[in-house]
Ligand binder design. Sequence first.
Ligand code: GDP
Ligand code: MG
Length: 160
Amino acid sequence: DGLATAIIGRPNVGKSSLLNSLLHEDKAIVTNVAGTTRDVIEEYVNVNDVPLKLIDTAGIRHTNDTVEKIGVERSRQAIDTADLILLLIDSSQSLTDEDQELIQQTANKPRIVILNKTDLPTKVDEQELAKLIDGDPVIKASMTKHEGINELSSAISHLF
Ligand code: GDP
Ligand code: MG
């Protein structure tokens, strides 16, 4: 039934855009409003012949909104049960405390880090990031320009 592959990251980094790109379909709602994805979405797809169960999660952040809180809790469970983590970071913003927490919380899983929004001026120091993620692959991507999906697919097939 596919490797459980959790798409993880802060709100608005491009998680649902990545799900849609991998599915070649506009499944998940993409907006510029943080907190758009409130529930977990699961979809099956083969990436370079690797069967994946993709799990698009609500962005993980500290929130007081009741529904969003449940979504965040489910996202954390998705990390715990995942076989593979796709950790998205918005390269157009400096790394936040929440990014760093997510880097730590996903450290003991097979992981690919996706530096998204590379069409915008970058604010993430790649050397600093490389130290934080301890050798895991980093893919530069732009979901709006459809860049990085092939590189991501090869990184996935190299891991499995
Ligand atoms: P999610 O909250 O992590 O699921 O993020 P979404 O996929 O909903 O995207 C949040 C916003 O970022 C939307 O307005 C997207 O159009 C935008 N976005 C996603 N990927 C990129 C990208 O590569 N470059 C730019 N400039 N914007 C992007
Ligand atoms: Mg989303």
